[in-house]
Design a protein around this ligand. Structure first.
Ligand code: NAD
Length: 244
């Protein structure tokens, strides 16, 4: 493993257009579990609360679950060392873009600037009618569902629900960053959620070297990964930081 970490550090140091592609695993050490699996959020909540049709037909029921997952719980999480190292890589000019499937806002809180939010961001709410954006603290979540002050429409958390498309600008910019990347750091994702899962494959096809960090193997590991670094995101990223 040590040799692999050294090789990865050298690739990162010499890269000119590295991007990162992150999933739920990067936030596990912040106390946010993935959706799936025995400890996953779906063992405690019904995923239909994030289905667009159900949300429209049962706004109060959906909002009760949404409030407890994304505002009482995600909203209180703190970024961890993995988020922090990625923000530092960007500040040092080593990381050009960070494509994330996460919606917890922790990369942004850690200081990452060029975050391409593939699935949106739970720490913003949007009025589907006038498109006004609200921060959670600007909204009274004691009365559900919350409504836009201007036009009284029901607010929606600004992330991608089941049955909803990917935000167009984030999609386009992620593809472009992938096609221009020389190194991709894939961190903490199974690679099972489409179309997000295609982003590292696009980069690989365009010639990028793929470095993957995960506690277990993923869909990528035996297909496109060049260097697999097995372990927790924070531990491996701290090791890499120490070598760069
Ligand atoms: P996933 O749940 O499918 O997979 C999580 C991955 O992280 C697994 O491969 C697992 O082995 C790995 N992992 C677990 N702990 C780790 C650690 N400490 N360090 C490194 N890797 C670790 O996650 P996904 O692929 O991101 O897909 C789920 C979808 O649900 C995502 O698209 C995302 O939008 C959403 N989601 C987001 C959050 C969040 O915002 N934090 C949380 C859960 C789910």
């Amino acid at each position: 493993v040590k040799v692999d970490v050294q090789l990865a550090a050298e690739l990162i140091r010499n890269s000119g257009s590295m991007i990162a592609f992150t999933g739920a695993g990067v936030s596990v050490e912040s106390g946010i579990p993935p959706f799936r699996g025995p400890e996953g959020l779906w063992s405690r909540y019904d995923p239909q609360c994030l289905d667009l049709d159900f949300f429209h037909s049962h706004p109060k029921e959906s909002w009760t679950a949404i409030k407890s997952i994304f505002y009482d719980f995600f909203g209180k999480a703190k970024f961890n060392e993995a988020h922090r190292v990625l923000a530092d890589f960007e500040a040092k000019g080593l990381l050009k873009a960070l494509v994330t499937q996460n919606i917890d806002n922790l990369h942004q809180m850690a200081g990452s600037k060029n975050v391409l939010e593939f699935h949106g961001n739970s720490q913003k709410l949007i009025c589907p009618h006038c498109k006004k954006i609200y921060l959670p603290e600007e909204v009274d979540l004691n009365v559900l569902p919350p409504r836009c002050v201007a036009d009284k429409q029901i607010l929606k958390p600004d992330f991608v629900f089941f049955g909803e498309g990917i935000p167009e600008a984030a999609y386009r910019r992620s593809l472009l960053a992938a096609q221009n990347a020389d190194v991709v750091l894939i961190i903490g994702t199974t690679g099972e959620v489409m179309p997000a899962a295609m982003i590292p494959a696009e980069a690989k096809q365009a010639g990028a070297v793929i470095i993957e960090i995960n506690t277990e193997s993923s869909n990528y590991t035996n297909r496109i990964t060049d260097i697999f670094l097995e372990g927790k995101a924070s531990e491996i990223l701290l090791e890499l930081e120490g070598l760069i």
